[in-house]
Design a protein around this ligand. Sequence first.
Ligand code: GLN
Length: 313
Amino acid sequence: KATFSADEYNEALQEAHEKLLQNKDGANADYIPVLAEVPSDLFGISICTVDGEIYDIGDSEHRFSIQSISKVFTLAMVMQRLGINAIPDTIGVNATGRPFNSIVAIETQPDRPSNSCVNAGAIATTSLVEGNTYDEKWNNIISTFSKFAGRDLDVDQEVYESEAATNNRNRAIAHLLEAYGRMYYDPVEATDIYTKQCAISVNSHDLAVMSATLANGGVNPQTNEKIIDEKYLPHIMAVMCTAGLYDDSGLWLYYVGLPGKSGVGGGVIAVAPGRFGIAAFSPRLDVAGNSVRGVRAIIEVSRKLGVNLFTVK
Ligand code: GLN
């Protein structure tokens, strides 16, 4: 089915929320110190349709840091700037099959390609955002993300500072890429912009609108503003499929059959092209760094509505 009624959406959300509410599996991320302090029991799910209708359940207003979900939207910005064919050569589009912060993934590939959905490729992607200075690049990011969400977003300063004080590993990744000619701006500044982009504060409601903008071919269904050309969407979604959930991207695709992206703040999004964007938030993560309840909630909703892209009829 292409469209669903309000009752169908609400029922799917209620069922998933109820089924997973008691699930306590996993643990908050703690390598970014303040993320360990986010109340672990929070759980919200939101859907935004391509017609701009919103359905929320649970803690859908609670703000958290976007983290790696930001990677999709900087990729969109860079694809819009450089075109489809520049991405495989400058960043890479294959699956890494490795954890999101892998250094081995960089070292084991002859030409050092990565993927915008993992840290190495994401920092390279951020280094390619339009702008000659730190401020120009950052202003481009925050204003474009705000257009995707349909409201003015800002940074959770505490999360930014906590990660900026501890992100030696990402700085090492950026320097390694620089050594291989795969960093396109100052590696220290690019890592800092990336860290700030990961600390942008959103709730599941915002993320549903952002993913619905992808589902709607680049036009925000609430503001009707066109953020990115429709022709880029299949390519963005392909990159999401290959590495959106890191080393569990295969498992995700096996069950959900939709492009998805997670972040260590506990958010997960999925895009049902031409139908809706869905976002779930719950801080406890599995070993791959994906929200346990967030992933399962989206599995439940997508199964109930029957939106797996590989379904024949
Ligand atoms: N800012 C986080 C990091 O670079 C994002 C990682 C994630 O969400 N998987 O480690």
